[in-house]
Design a binder for this molecule. Structure first.
Ligand code: ATP
Length: 232
């Protein structure tokens, strides 16, 4: 599903060694299949978000190859890459990134509706939508705007939105970063359950060993390399 092959990336920085370049990602490779989950840990600044961006087709790596759904993403046309993102990817960010002018239900359906506007995409599965709304306890607030929700409710909307169109892979950057401990566990349980039900892969960045404990695999990014995390 997701394949990174010999990926290296650095940001141009005149003050850094090695001819002005220090590598954030150093010749790393990674495979993640549908139905599998992986937590990415590492100290602040170790490159976790950069790796997520590179894997999701949002930052072109300086070297190496990235495949999503068997497609070499950085060789696709802009239109093909947009379609891949729209149909196959889901995103959950620490800041939720809900669309402020849209109700809860319209936020959740946003990506599915975009897909429907494009050729041959299946209609939204109303049973799946109802299941999502029930699981995330969002029925009662479905017509509210994001600003009328608590942080936990906003995060549940963000997760429902990320999986509503049953993507092949969900990228989550600190998905529980803004939540208290008990809510974090609830949100992780829901995210894991929904990703299992949608049979999607999950690549999650987290600082929390407790949250990483929910995923099948935990890797640590250090000096640009991926290492097996301790205790995993
Ligand atoms: N656009 C950019 N331009 C220059 N340097 C950048 C850019 N984005 C990130 N960096 C640098 O790359 C390194 C890795 O950043 P990244 O955000 O990927 O780390 P992280 O592990 O996600 O950190 P955190 O846990 O604090 O969010 C850092 O040294 C950062 O300063």
């Amino acid at each position: 599903m997701l394949k990174l092959q010999n990926v290296s990336h650095w940001f141009d920085d005149a003050s850094a060694p090695n001819d002005g370049q220090s590598k954030v990602l150093d010749n790393l490779s990674l495979t993640l299949n549908r139905g599998q989950s992986l937590a990415l840990m590492g100290t602040s600044g170790s490159g976790k978000s950069t790796l997520l961006q590179v894997a999701a087709g949002l930052e072109l790596p300086k070297q190496g190859r990235v495949e999503l759904a068997d497609l070499p993403i950085y060789e696709l046309t802009d239109d093909a890459l947009s379609a891949l993102r729209r149909e196959q990817l889901g995103f959950v960010f620490q800041q939720f990134n809900l669309l402020p002018g849209l109700s809860v239900i319209d936020n959740i359906l946003f990506q599915s509706r975009l897909n429907q506007g494009h050729q041959q995409h299946e209609a939204i599965d109303s049973h799946w939508l109802d299941h999502l709304m029930t699981t995330m306890a969002l029925h009662e607030v479905s017509h509210r705007l994001p600003e009328q929700l608590s942080g936990g409710q906003q995060q549940r909307v963000a997760i429902a939105r990320a999986v509503a169109h049953k993507p092949a892979i969900v990228f989550a950057d600190e998905p529980t970063g803004n939540l208290n401990d008990s809510l974090s566990h609830t949100v992780m349980e829901l995210l894991m359950m929904l990703s299992r039900e949608a049979n999607c892969a999950l690549l999650m960045v987290t600082h929390s060993a407790a949250m990483a404990g929910y995923t099948d695999r935990v890797l640590t990014l250090q000096s640009g390399k991926l290492e097996q995390a301790q205790n995993s």
